[in-house]
Write a protein that binds this ligand. Sequence first.
Ligand code: HEM
Length: 124
Amino acid sequence: ASPSLYRQLGGQPGVEAIVHDFLIRMADDARLVGFFAHTNIDHLADSLGDQLCEVSGGPCHYQGPPMDRVHQHMGLTDDDFYAMIGHLNKALMAQGVPAGARQRVIGIHLAAHEDVMRLARPAH
Ligand code: HEM
């Protein structure tokens, strides 16, 4: 990631607006909102903002647990994962992020697929 991706997201105010828009879309999705029933959403917004800032080359550092631990035992399917990606994509569009920057952010998140999902899948 280069500083210019962070700039194209609108810097810190842009990152915060994208996270806010994204979380509203997640909350409006009846299939996904239940995963967040016991989540402190303000803390989540802060963590997601730090992470998006960091991976886009901004001056932040995500301090939470590793992605496999965070999502361990949630019972997430690949469909849940890609539904989340869809909401992120819509949030980036709604916030006016240029297409090239949007595709880079989506690519970064797609690349995290195995990290996020490794311990997250439903027990069988
Ligand atoms: C690329 C995909 C994903 C990334 C990068 C990601 C990132 C994160 C981050 C940074 C946190 C905050 C961790 C903390 O500060 O403790 C988090 C928490 C969480 N994520 Fe994800 N996530 C992804 C996919 C998903 C999906 C698909 C779902 C479910 C639909 C999900 C559900 C949750 C929930 C419920 C929490 C809150 C956990 C808690 O309350 O402790 N995540 N995620």
